[in-house]
Design a binder for this molecule. Sequence first.
Ligand SMILES: Cc1cc2nc3c(=O)[nH]c(=O)nc-3n(C[C@H](O)[C@H](O)[C@H](O)COP(=O)(O)OP(=O)(O)OC[C@H]3O[C@@H](n4cnc5c(N)ncnc54)[C@H](O)[C@@H]3O)c2cc1C
Length: 379
Amino acid sequence: MPATTAPGNFDVAVIGGGMIGPAVSLGLLERGLKVCILDEGDDVLRVARGNFGLVWFQGKGFGMPRYVEWSRMSATLYPAFAAELKSYTGVDVGHAQPGGLELLLGEEELAHRRHFIGQIYQQGGGKEYEVEFLDRKQVEDMLPGVGLGDDVVGASYSPVDGHVNPLFLLRAMHTRFQQAGGTYLPHHRVSAVKKNGAAYDLITEAGTVSAPKVVIAAGHGLKQLGPPLGLDIPIRPQRGHILVTERTKPILPMPMSAFRQTVEGSIMLGVSAEEAGYNDQVDTGTVAKIAERAARTIPALRELNVVRTWAALRVLTPDKCPVYAESKSHPGVYAIASHSGVTLAAVNAKVASGWIAGDPAPEQFEAFGVERFDAQKTA
Ligand SMILES: Cc1cc2nc3c(=O)[nH]c(=O)nc-3n(C[C@H](O)[C@H](O)[C@H](O)COP(=O)(O)OP(=O)(O)OC[C@H]3O[C@@H](n4cnc5c(N)ncnc54)[C@H](O)[C@@H]3O)c2cc1C
């Protein structure tokens, strides 16, 4: 076996340099721990480079009130988190929180959305839930000059929603991580994690890295790494497509679940959901459906050329809620998985990291544990 690559006496080794690993690692560094991130090469499944960039609250947490609060907390922490990244690294992650809309086409969609949002509100036992419904006129007032298609009957709206440039976020977090003394080890695909006395050895072709605590923030890699460590978490891939138009003048004042305009002027159109296994190839039929719906919703979009499209694979749990779990059989090994890694970056950096560092777990954190999947299996 090759010699240890980085004999750095790490306190925590984080597997995965995507969206979740760097966020948590920043918080660990802030707490004075010595941290390394091990990541793979370039041509791998990595959702951090294929997502839509929403920092989204409305509709999150169906079936899990704790996740509603967790998403809310991240939205609250985001402005300071983004400002901090900018002040340290000079990278503006483009975070904005102007509120967000889910535009609804036809009465059936509206009724379905009302029912869904109503259920999330009810599960909160009367707690404030900052989502409201707007009729067509109110949406028009909120989107002056946009010109809605005839089928738009209204929208759900939350003032909490926002967006960010996810690639700049990734760059800023990596830059800050290394600036703050973290060790980044690319081309270190971890094939196994083995107990070795009081520490764990992370085995890679480039060498072995040891640390007493390990965080698996490996996206789809958790499927292979988790089970031998007592973290058999039933994640699955779900494909989503995104289209990007040529740049145009600013027309969308706020993000929507299916559209957002970047600071540079492109309009991103999304986002589909297909069960296609690990196939992340672009499907032209799905692309056509996204474009058709976009044109029905905002007819002016028809005039813009689509310049890029791609598909990426969500890391989805059966209940679509995140997992934060420490292994019972391998104490000190943690798994974090979520299909909202962009939204949760701030709370992962500022709060989840404390739990890994050894602070008491945040209140009702067990809601994010893996036991819920056993309950779902037997339900
Ligand atoms: C189409 C689409 C749109 C999305 N839009 C949004 C959005 O608008 N807002 C939002 O909040 N979220 C969105 N997401 C989800 C978001 O991108 C993910 O939640 C987030 O990227 C997950 O972060 P992660 O770190 O778990 O996984 P990843 O970002 O995939 O990172 C995992 C990393 O681990 C590495 N790795 C894996 N296995 C190993 C191993 N064995 N050894 C070493 N390294 C390993 C991988 O190479 C990768 O770098 C979207 C996802 C999709 C597919």
